[in-house]
Design a protein around this ligand. Structure first.
Ligand SMILES: [Cu+2]
Length: 107
């Protein structure tokens, strides 16, 4: 019985954990920090990552606390376009020069 509980415990603990993947626009390492920071500031987000080469963003979150739309909204708010919506110009123009991904891109 004890063994059974040990086997079941992880499944119960992580039952509401989900992963979201989406494209997020950005250029450089500062973009990465900004995107990850914005996502991780959302309550319920456990882990976030962004690849500057592929522009692929992934996050692990507790779906009892948040959802992918809220995470996307947090990223858009700091100036980065996501697959489903564009960042407001007011947020975009506040980005440092090197991060202005709509006007220039660099590797
Ligand atoms: Cu940048």
């Amino acid at each position: 019985m004890k063994l059974l509980l040990l086997l079941l415990a992880p499944a119960i603990m992580f039952a509401s954990e989900r992963t979201v993947t989406m494209k997020v626009s950005g250029n450089c390492g500062s973009c990465k920090k900004r995107i990850v920071k914005a996502a991780e500031a959302v309550d319920g987000v456990k882990d976030a990552a962004w690849d500057k080469k592929t522009k692929v963003f992934t996050a692990v979150f507790d779906d009892g606390k948040t959802d992918s739309a809220s995470i996307a909204a947090a990223i858009v708010k700091v100036g980065h376009d996501v697959e489903a919506s564009k960042a407001p110009d007011a947020a975009y123009t506040k980005l440092p020069d090197c991060c202005q991904y709509r006007d220039r891109t660099h590797d």
